[in-house]
Write a protein that binds this ligand. Structure first.
Ligand code: PEP
Ligand code: MG
Length: 896
């Protein structure tokens, strides 16, 4: 075993070719950037003493230089390759191009990040008309030698010469037809000799030149093809999708061939050290006897399970454990060495040649969210990793997969189109186009999916009873998306490929017409819209999940609250571990049918007396709402935001609705219409709303404050409710001062009336840049700040949430914006305002409580920022609470 010292590494910086073999390696696993994932891990395995065919890796820097120099290799590379090749020959005891005892090699790409199937591989390189005879004699198996040669010609022609596979496949089919056989393996040596001749003819006639016979020419052809494949369209697209910079480049791995296709004691296979879909600690994999790597991928023969246990799902083909017990034992030994060395689940490729195992690749295995949680927790129990590492290993966003029912991945599906994956989970139901229809059908026990051009607050009840929501318009923070996430309801929004014809009762997805009543399925995690019902799997929150969450709670320093407007949301959030409510939007409480009339009456009132009368009807309802929420939270803090209504959202839209409203409240249709027009606002809603409304119509906030205190008083015998009354859209200290006085007045009254002491805090949202800058003044009258980053982002960027979806994606593509600021906090602008406000607020009032309640409160990257600024808590929708708990724990560990 040999380990390279740092000093050596520096000295080796100009080195472009790294050798490995026989327990010695120039590189190591740490050198992924230079050697690519495959090359680095081959070196590491080799140094660990595992059986790795000798070889060498040409670095990613050569790839970068190759493109920088107009596809020319840097000087001296050829000599370095020669030296490495000579070392390889020595180690294997064979010579490249030798007619009697030829060394054959594989040439494979290997980038820093794995890019499965994106680039090219050539096997059996070094074969020609002379060496094939040497291979035949050396192995005593002419059939094997010519089979290897014909595979090589086909692969090399495809990868290096650009000659399509089908030319060769036709010839192969013809050969089988001539001999009256079905399988490739039934062609004997003589047939393969003829086939090779035919293949060479094909190359010569298609390319106008014979198949290259010089092994060195073959080698450089393959190396060039691998570097060139870095820029093939497939690879470029893959990199774009996965944010992999083109400048990283790929390495090239040249390795001595070992043969899995040399007889019945040979095989090739892939394996995981644990089950990648459940995480169970069971070896998991497949292999093929007498085959080469590409046979597994080609799917011509059905691979066999590795283990006896694996036969349950892998059919009843004999397992390797049974067929090759010796080899299986070698493999198990390697699995254990690799897991304890890398301390992570490994994904492995191997070949067996004459009962000897050879390792061709290892890397950290991709896994589902469930597997990732289970593996992390079990590895702590096994003593492989510490709790902190387990916490850091699980991607918080992946937990989403675990919290919602998901589509059965095995089920067939007909995809109609795709929108934004706005709220995860799977939903199936019959298509309805209005909220009323949704309610009506749901009442009859039918499952429905609500399809709208876009949703508005009046659709809330329809959304509530629907299994899922689909909209053609709106971005990730549109009304539909925000509300659906809050409800934990699957939602696909902004599906611009569908056109909704609600009045006619259908929508078009491309050419396809989907009518009301037809069944569709949504996948809110991918944005897919599918025809018919696709079966789902229920979420299963395992013991490991709870364990991981407990560890997360032990290390995090920020609290996690939830945004909840109903006792039901509050209950769900408590189950997910919320430690209070960070935002209860009181306007959402008014959307119920029996309340909307009263609130409309309140909005349309012309005199204070009229308004007070309408408010009196709302008081008992509000009181009951608050009591319900306090009860669920049993003394945990509950931040209640006083009314911040986009008023027009409460008003009727259609003429018909206006008539109904007018009748219900005794006004003319014209009056209702005029008022609706007058109040019309769109995002960002910067008009006469929030605390401005509270100041101009004090009776509204008075009613709400009364409802809060009366609800608290009614429960105070059981426990002490902890309301934190929050004032929206504050721009200046005075607004808050005026409203504080109003609230204090009501508090005093209720305390006197009920004879109870009622603790409470008053504070403000910071959702305007002005408020952030004046936070020092505002803190004189605010006991807490809650950053309303939805509005703060709108007001900082001058982008409306409603419009964002239409151009943010383009902005990201063009590099104007790095990310969608409505999803992940913009740390330079909005974040800077948060930092300033926090500092200035604390300078005035040292213990001012700081939290965030915009959508960003559930985004892990934003949560990491909140930790840096030192917020006391984050608040997010109920279904994101576990994500926020884990993200907060990671943030705390990373800031230690
Ligand atoms: C905000 O602006 O961030 C906020 C939480 O309030 P709303 O989304 O209700 O405007
Ligand atoms: Mg707001």
């Amino acid at each position: 075993m040999k380990h390279i010292t740092t000093a050596e590494k520096i000295r080796l910086a100009d080195k472009r070719v790294y050798s490995f073999g026989e327990g010695v390696a120039d590189g190591s696993a740490e050198m992924k950037n230079l050697l690519g994932g495959k090359g680095a891990n081959l070196a590491e395995m080799c140094a660990l003493g595992l059986p790795v065919p000798p070889g060498f890796t040409i670095t990613t820097e050569v790839c970068t230089a190759f493109y920088a120099e107009g596809k020319n290799y840097p000087q001296g590379l050829e000599e370095e390759v020669e030296t490495a090749l000579a070392a390889m020959e020595r180690r294997v005891g064979k010579t490249f191009g030798d007619a009697h005892n030829p060394l054959l090699v594989s040439v494979r790409s290997g980038a820093r990040a794995s890019m499965p199937g994106m680039m090219d591989t050539v096997l059996n390189l070094g074969l020609n008309d002379a060496t094939v005879e040497g291979l035949a004699q050396g192995s005593g198996n002419a059939r094997f030698a010519y089979d290897s040669y014909r595979r090589f010609i086909q692969m090399y022609s495809d990868v290096v010469l650009g000659l399509d596979h089908y030319h060769f496949e036709e010839a192969l089919e013809e050969a089988k037809r001539d001999r009256d056989v079905i399988l490739d393996t039934e062609l004997d040596a003589e047939a393969l000799v003829e086939l090779v001749a035919r293949y060479k003819e094909i190359v010569e006639s298609e390319m106008g030149a014979p198949f290259p016979q010089d092994p060195k020419e073959q080698l450089w052809g393959a190396i060039g093809a691998v570097f060139t494949s870095w820029m093939n369209p497939r690879a470029i697209t893959y990199r774009e999708l996965h944010d992999i910079p083109a400048a990283w480049g790929t390495a090239v791995n040249v390795q001595a061939m070992v043969f899995g296709n040399r007889g019945e004691d040979c095989a090739t296979g892939v394996a995981f050290t644990r089950n990648p879909s459940t995480g169970e600690k069971l070896y998991y994999g497949e292999y093929l006897v007498n085959a080469q790597g590409e046979d597994v991928v080609a799917g011509i023969r059905t691979p066999q399970p590795l283990t006896v246990a694996g036969k349950e799902t892998g059919g009843d083909l004999p397992s390797m454990e049974e067929v090759m017990p010796d080899v299986f034992a070698q493999l198990v030994r390697v699995f254990d060495i690799l897991e304890s060395h890398y301390r992570d689940m490994q994904d492995i490729e191997f070949t067996v040649e004459n009962s000897k195992l050879w390792m061709l690749q290892t890397r950290a295995g991709k896994r589902t969210a469930a597997a990732s949680v289970r593996i992390a927790v079990e590895m702590v129990a096994e003593g492989l990793i510490a709790k902190e590492e387990a916490i850091l290993r699980v991607d918080p966003l992946a937990l989403d997969q675990l919290l919602h029912p998901t589509l059965d991945p095995k089920a067939a599906r007909t995809v109609l189109g795709r929108g934004l994956p706005a709220s995860p989970g799977a939903a199936s139901g019959s298509v309805v186009f209005t909220a009323e229809e949704a309610e009506e059908k749901a009442r009859r026990g039918e499952k429905v999916v609500l399809v709208r051009l876009e949703t508005s607050p009046e659709d809330i009840k329809g959304m509530h009873v629907a299994q899922g929501i689909l909209t053609a318009r709106g971005g990730m923070t549109s009304h539909a998306a925000v509300v659906a996430r809050g409800m934990g309801k699957p939602c696909v929004c902004g599906a611009s490929g569908i056109s909704v014809h609600a009045a006619e009762g259908y929508f078009l997805a491309g050419e396809r017409k989907v009518r009301a009543g037809d069944i569709i399925t949504l996948d809110g995690s991918t944005g897919d819209i599918m025809l018919g019902e696709v079966p789902t799997l229920q979420p299963h929150l395992s013991g490991e999940f709870a364990q991981l969450m407990q560890w997360a709670d032990e290390v995090r320093t920020m609290q996690v609250r939830t945004n909840a407007d109903t006792p039901e949301d509050a209950r769900v959030a408590r189950q997910f571990g919320a430690e209070g409510i960070g935002l209860c939007r009181t306007e959402h409480m008014f959307f119920d049918e029996d309340r909307i009339t009263a609130i409309r009456e309140m909005i349309l009132s012309e005199t204070t007396t009229q308004r007070r009368a309408a408010l009196a009807k709302l008081l008992p309802m509000q009181r009951a709402d608050f009591a319900g929420i306090f009860t669920q939270m049993r003394g945990l803090p509950v931040t209640i935001r006083l009314l911040d209504p986009p008023l027009h959202e409460f008003l009727p839209h259609t003429r018909e609705e206006m008539q109904q409203v007018a009748q219900a409240i005794g006004k003319s249709v014209e009056e209702v219409e005029a008022r609706a027009l007058q109040l019309k606002e769109s995002n960002p809603m910067l008009g006469h709303r929030g605390c401005r409304l509270g100041i101009t119509y004090p009776e509204i906030y008075e009613m709400q404050a009364r409802a809060i205190f009366e609800a608290a008083a009614s429960l105070s015998a059981e426990f002490t409710p902890l309301p934190e009354i929050m004032i929206p859209l504050v721009m200046t200290q005075n607004e808050l001062a005026i409203l504080n006085t109003l609230i204090a007045g009501v508090a005093k009254e209720v305390m006197a009336e009920t004879g109870t002491e009622l603790p409470y805090l008053t504070g403000t949202m910071i959702e305007l840049p002005r408020a952030a800058l004046l936070a020092g003044d505002i803190a004189q009258v605010a006991e807490f700040f809650s950053f309303g980053t939805n509005d703060l982002t709108q007001t900082t960027f001058g982008i409306s949430r409603d419009d964002a979806g239409s151009f943010i994606e383009i902005y990201k593509k063009r590099g104007v914006l790095a990310r969608d600021p409505f999803v992940s906090l913009d740390t330079e602008g909005v974040g800077e305002l948060i930092r300033i406000a926090s500092e200035r607020g604390r300078a005035t009032r040292e213990n001012v409580k700081l939290g965030i309640c915009g959508e960003h409160g559930g985004d892990p990257a934003s949560i990491a920022f909140c930790q840096k600024v030192g917020l006391n808590y984050v608040s997010c929708s109920p279904y994101r609470v576990p994500i926020a708990r884990l993200a907060a724990a990671q943030a705390a560990l990373e800031n230690k």
